[in-house]
Design a protein around this ligand. Sequence first.
Ligand code: SF4
Length: 405
Amino acid sequence: MAGPIDRNSDSNVREAQAKFAIACASRTIESPRPISSAYIHVPFCRHRCGYCDFTLVAGRDDLIDRYLAALATELSTIADPSPLQTLFFGGGTPTHPSAEQLRRLFQIVENRFRFAPGIEISVEANPLDLTDEKINVLTTAGVNRVSLGIQSFDDAALKLLERDHRVDDINDVVQRLQRQIPNVSLDLIFAVPGQSLASWRDTLRRAIDLEPAHISTYGLTWETGTAFFTRQSRGELAAVDDGLERDQYALAMEELAVAGFEHYEISNFARPGYRCRHNMVYWQGNEYYACGPGAARYLAGRRETNVRSVTGWLAKLERGESPVAETETLELDHRARELIYLGLRLIDGICLTEFHQRTGYDLRTFAADAIRVTQSHGWLELTPTHLCLTPAGRFLADRVVAEFL
Ligand code: SF4
């Protein structure tokens, strides 16, 4: 149940990785670690929120059983999966299917993979889906991390975002969930039209009061093709001004630091020991398997992206055809730039030694021009061991990263 896509969105990482322009292969690099992470895309929602451009279908629950059968087919193509260290169910809304369908979903995945001891199993969830029965299904399946799309403690913002829950629903669901799965992450959205700095502060503080293990804060973006984009073009909705958005992001960093959260990625804050291990795999540029409509996986130096259309993906698998729409072999230079693009999202930045080990390049030489330009603006810091965004650079992450592409 992802939020909007912008510099702050985890799903944006997956999409950007999928879209990366790759030339013919001259030399490829291998991941330093065995494959140990998998992403399952569950493309169903009750309604498509006006700002959302993710791969999903809304109001098509009639497709869920076909989806489960097709997912089993796609998973059957994995040769000999290693024991997984992380497993992530994203969407769409993975908790939208019925409790019985959810049970089957977990069974299908469990039948195909082996789980390493201590595996992190994350599920994105919508507050109103989480009946006691569904929470029991998650618990029984071994889910030990839930990312809950509460988005705001302001009913006006929730209504504008077209969310189906209201503020009064939040406390109860979070507390019921935490009793069984303590590792709960709350997704929050800022830069919502009409949302004041005071309202955002209230949202942050009420979220902190619920004592989640992790909080993600996403700035609302206006993606081409969304209902919000159309409404903006018609003058019916307007983005908040840059100054307010900046102040809201700064406030999140301030409030969450005071509350004891570590800011470890542009949009992600965790209590010590609760960083999302699965998303760290993406940001560290490691390999991962992914399946479902529109899913992109990165294995053995190749990126494969599935057909984005849900019905197209279903049809391919039902005909016994591969659901892969694009295959790209990553050229070393592009791969190196991607490691920079991803690594700069991490507050710790990119380790110069590790970058050299993985690419053969000295980062300071490879990206000398971009480093010089961004350092001159005060956006990047080069220490003896790392390249990382400065606090000022975090506000302009997209712009900084663009210098390296
Ligand atoms: S709940 Fe809304 S924002 Fe989340 S994936 Fe579904 S349509 Fe998109």
